[in-house]
Structures are given as C-alpha cells and as structure tokens.
Design a protein around this ligand. Structure first.
Ligand code: SF4
Length: 74
C-alpha cells in the first residue's frame, strides 16, 4: 500500500483528486481534500490523482519509501 498525503495548506479544493479516486480522497468540512483510505484504489489511480492536482498538493510514496509523485529530483 502506498502512503498518500495531502498538503492542505496548498490544496485549493479543485476536486480533481476526489473525482479521480473518490474512495481515497474526500473533502473535509473546510473544502480541502484529505485521505480517507490509502488502500481505496489501485496505486496507479492514486498516482494519477496526484498528477491531476493543479497545485501539486498530493505526495505519494511507495512501500519501499520511494517517492512516486511528485517525481523525486535526480
Ligand atoms: S486535486 Fe489538489 S487542489 Fe484539488 S482537491 Fe485535490 S488536493 Fe486539493
């Protein structure tokens, strides 16, 4: 299972992640996205949700601790 975090300070509530992976992300009472179930969707779907975020507020790290998104700097 991947580790997913939403930086709420960055999130602008666009809803892209919620639309792409509704079992993983949901809005909190302030209209910011939060992770409700990191195992709610396939890892690839979660990465694509992170990619869809217009402000890059979502970070995805795999089991081995490698960052899948945003791509780690070389
Ligand atoms: S896609 Fe990004 S900005 Fe939009 S709700 Fe999700 S975390 Fe927030």
């Amino acid at each position: 299972m991947v580790k997913v975090t939403v930086n709420k300070a960055k999130c602008i509530g666009s809803g892209d992640c919620v639309e792409t992976a509704p079992k993983v992300f949901a809005f909190d009472d302030k209209g910011k996205s939060e992770v409700i179930d990191a195992a709610g969707s396939d890892d690839r779907v979660i990465v694509s949700a992170a990619r869809s975020c217009p402000v890059k507020a979502i970070t995805v790290v795999d089991e081995a601790g490698q960052q899948l998104f945003p791509p780690p700097r070389p």
